[in-house]
Design a protein around this ligand. Structure first.
Ligand code: ADP
Ligand code: MG
Ligand code: MG
Length: 626
């Protein structure tokens, strides 16, 4: 998912040397050629993550850019070859990017929705509570007075979202009535996989850079060694492409078209990439979106009297980063593209450094800092958070009255400035799991896309809804349907069909299987009802910071996974597709820019529950469109 601190191999099978591994469909010599190519390609193109020697820097050393000693880079965790992926569903994911961007923006403006949706969570999860407190103070004028957040309220907004999906076998007919028929037709013909959203990341959505490089590598390998890996790719293709009868994909196409919207015409669906690994536009589109935000910020002050201008040097984009980040190459690729394509300079700082160095001018809202190169002050035009999404990014705590809580104070200062935030607090909160669950309730997405505002709205709402899996509340608002899911887990052994999720980002926090059942059981009371056969289940309030989600079962296919540049193993895997979307919205609420901005595929062994590349569960891969 998002960013992560450490690279581990905790859940992986034992590391084997490549010679010990045989892969059906690939000759031994081909396998070692592939590994050789992959590691050299990685070195040649910076498909790498940083190796941090934890003993080399003190834990309090936040001066990340000075920590140049004992630095090494290793091959990023990658899948040796791309995974087969149905091109229609891939196309669908790219089409969903823009509507989801709009949804995030509209949620961010609806304080009542955020407050009501997160009302239970805020009392149990201090981190989400703090985000919501700050949002209320800055954007709603609560507690600190309306003036306190005035600069933030007039600032532009920048979103770099990543919506993550798994293919899931459709068992029920999604959408309207006539759709049912089509979907069933596809279903009865065998299998039809539809795209279901795992989650929507609105902060620190990572791997745009490395994933683009992986796609380049896979494109090279599949062409260069075409004959030698053809059988391998073909077998995987059969696993994801549904039935033999659906040769031209028309049934799948109809099911998607029917379930989505009339605005998705045939051309739109058919005009998709040809077979093979597509190119990810992420490293041109994401910098472009940042440049749109940056240019708007700069032109905003063009007409101000130069005598009031506090700075002379060119404004910068501030990357807010973790002191011990290992996924630095991914971030640097973005930094270098910003310079190469747009001549926009980047400065990296941790939240603790920002607290020390960046000041907010209360009158103008400008954020500036001494850049150490002389007398001039540098101005921050855009704040891009690659840190701050986890409680551990705020190590000095929450109490801002006694000198602790410097990271929260830094976050607050940045938010209150007139610079464009990526994300602002509203966008960040719109990406919480609880919001995702609430959106799945009947009428909620539709509330954000009111039908009487035009056909586009209705189409966007329908399109978004096709991507929702089953999502259930465990809070005070749990309804009959939510309780049916709970009963299934507690009384009918259904724990394998759900995932239990807290309000966390970065991978590694979810509950599956027995752990899920134990967690639910220890947080509820089951008593006999009037009728002894139907026990009454009472959920403890402690569960309301979690959501329960239908577990997705993507098609399995073979992959060869590399970690630390060595073959970790080969076996059956599942994949998660991520699609980037970028949006720029003016302080007045006008959408300036909104588009799909590239993809990411992550692959992990089927037996591994969690995802996350940097958290050591998954590897970076790319789709081989079929
Ligand atoms: P995070 O924000 O921590 O990345 P996610 O919702 O993405 O949270 O969950 C982490 C990982 O858990 C995902 O990458 C995926 O591998 C797995 N996962 C999450 N939800 C589901 C689900 N509904 N079905 C199957 N696997 C899931
Ligand atoms: Mg995730
Ligand atoms: Mg996430």
């Amino acid at each position: 998912s998002n960013n992560h601190n450490t690279i581990t191999t905790m859940t992986s099978p034992p590391t084997l040397s490549s010679s010990a591994i045989t892969v059906p469909g690939i000759a031994t010599q081909t396998l070692s050629n592939l590994v050789e190519y992959a590691t050299s390609f990685s070195a040649a193109h910076g498909l790498q993550v940083e190796l941090r020697d934890s003993s080399s820097s003190s834990p309090t050393n936040n001066n990340i850019d000075n920590n140049t000693h004992n630095r090494g880079y290793i091959t990023a965790p990658i899948s040796l070859l791309p995974q087969a992926y149905p091109s229609l569903q891939f196309r669908m994911a790219t089409l969903l990017a823009a509507p989801f961007n709009i949804l995030v923006d509209r949620i961010s403006n609806d304080a009542t929705f955020l407050q009501e949706t997160l009302s239970d969570v805020r009392n149990l999860d201090e981190y989400t509570g703090k985000l919501l407190d700050l949002y209320e103070e800055i954007y709603c004028g609560e507690r600190r007075g309306i003036e306190w957040g005035r600069h933030a309220r007039s600032a532009d907004k920048l979103g770099i979202q990543r919506s993550d999906y798994m293919l899931h076998k459709d068992t029920t007919a999604a959408g309207g009535d006539d759709v049912g028929e089509v979907a069933t037709a596809a279903g009865s013909a065998g299998e039809h996989y539809s795209l279901k959203q795992v989650e929507l990341n609105t902060i620190a959505s990572s791997f745009a850079g490395l994933a683009s490089t992986v796609a380049k590598m896979h494109s090279f390998l599949t062409q260069r060694l075409e004959g030698e890996i053809g059988q391998f790719l073909n077998e995987n293709e059969r696993a994801v492409m549904g039935t033999e009868e659906d040769v031209d994909g028309s049934k799948t196409k109809n099911a998607i078209l029917g379930a989505s919207s009339s605005s998705l015409d045939d051309d739109c669906i058919i005009g998709i990439a040809e077979r093979g690994v597509p190119e990810s536009p992420a490293m041109s589109r994401i910098p472009s979106a940042i440049a749109v935000a940056y240019d708007r910020y700069c032109s905003r002050f063009d007409d101000t009297d130069s005598s009031t201008t506090t700075t002379s040097a060119q404004p910068i984009v501030l990357f807010v980063v973790q002191p011990k980040e290992t996924n630095t190459v991914d971030q640097r690729l973005l930094e270098f593209a910003l310079w190469n394509n747009h001549k926009i300079p980047v400065v990296r700082m941790s939240l603790a450094e920002i607290y020390e160095r960046v000041t907010l001018d209360e009158d103008s809202g400008r954020l500036t800092f001494e850049d150490g190169s002389g007398s001039s002050k540098r101005e921050v035009a855009v704040v891009y958070f690659r840190a701050g999404y986890a409680p551990t990014d705020y190590p000095s705590g929450y109490n801002t009255n006694d000198g602790t809580g410097v990271e929260w104070l830094a976050r607050e200062r940045l938010e209150r400035g007139i610079a464009t935030k990526c994300p602002c607090l509203g966008y960040h909160l719109a990406g919480t799991k609880k919001v995702q669950q609430e959106l799945a309730r009947p009428g909620v997405v539709e509330h954000f896309f009111p039908e009487n505002d035009g056909d586009d709205n209705a189409a966007a709402a329908r399109l978004i809804r096709t991507a929702f899996a089953g999502l259930y509340s465990l809070g005070a608002d749990a309804n009959d349907e939510d309780m049916r899911a709970v009963r299934e887990v507690l009384l009918h052994g259904g724990e394998g069909r759900y995932v239990l999720k807290p309000q966390r980002e970065g991978g590694g926090y979810n509950f599956y299987g027995k752990q899920l059942a134990d967690k639910l059981r220890s947080n509820c009371t089951i008593s006999n009802g009037v009728d002894e056969d139907t026990p009454v289940i009472q959920l403890s309030p402690a569960l309301s910071e979690f959501i329960l989600m239908e577990r997705l079962f993507p098609p399995q296919q073979r992959a060869i996974l590399l970690r630390n540049g060595r073959v970790e193993g080969s076996g059956m895997t599942i994949s998660e597709l991520g699609c980037f979307g970028t949006i720029v919205v003016s302080g007045e609420g006008d959408v300036i820019h909104n588009e799909y901005a590239g993809f990411l595929l992550r692959t992990k062994f089927s037996g591994v529950d969690e995802g996350g590349v940097a958290s050591g569960f998954a590897t970076l891969s790319s789709p081989y469109l079929c």
